[in-house]
Design a protein around this ligand. Structure first.
Ligand code: PRP
Ligand code: MN
Ligand code: MG
Length: 185
């Protein structure tokens, strides 16, 4: 199996750009939440890399929790019905939550999650999305902290996967076409 770097066609967001944006947003969040008890919530698995880097860049004490969600629907179309594969370990009643996501595509996962957290009694729910694909948005999601907008290309890296692989790449990139055809193994 070829080295990860050899399977990249082109890079969209460099590790330096990712690092810069995460620190920029973390400074704003640290100020916005300086008088609040902040809970950082990552949606597994894609948000793990972003959460790890972001949590270290935030300068106030913050808690972290994780939720694993799976979106049901036939084929490529998400139905918007979300099932919890693994729930939070924290009671979120009265908590100030910042959801950290790697990418917002249709917006269906986040739209469901924001409503669910409010149903559970969260005091506030905001979102930081490292990447957004505006061309693919299907439902309205109110994102407070923005990262980078990217074109409607299939991207991997920094948590994002193709068939569960390439999450460990340290930048955001588009794979070579052969990888999708399985001809590069
Ligand atoms: C990806 C990504 C977001 C979601 C965005 O997760 O990490 O969580 O899809 O899509 P949406 O805006 O259309 O809901 P995925 O379901 O692939 O799971 P993963 O994080 O485990 O890769
Ligand atoms: Mn995800
Ligand atoms: Mg995925």
């Amino acid at each position: 199996i070829a080295d990860v770097q050899d399977q990249i066609d082109h890079e969209l967001v460099s590790k330096e750009e990712i690092d810069h944006k995460i620190h920029e947003v973390a400074a704003v969040v640290s100020e916005d939440y300086k008088d609040k008890d902040l809970l950082l919530l990552a949606v597994l698995k894609g948000a793990v890399n972003t959460l790890a880097a972001f949590a270290q860049a935030v300068s106030i004490p913050a808690q972290m929790d994780f939720m694993s969600l799976s979106s049901y629907g036939s084929g490529t179309k998400s139905s918007g019905t979300v099932t919890i594969r693994q729930d939070l370990s924290t009671d979120v009643r009265g908590r100030h939550i910042l959801i950290v996501e790697d990418i917002v595509d249709s917006g269906r996962t986040l739209a469901w999650l924001v409503e669910e957290l409010k149903r559970r009694g969260a005091a506030s729910v905001e979102i930081f999305a490292l990447l957004e694909k505006p061309a693919r948005r299907e439902v309205d999601v109110d994102i407070k902290y923005h990262g980078y907008e990217i074109p409607d290309e299939f991207v991997v890296g920094f948590g994002l996967d193709y068939d569960e692989r390439f999450r460990n790449l340290d930048s955001i990139a588009v794979l070579r076409p052969e990888v999708y055809q399985g001809a590069n193994e």
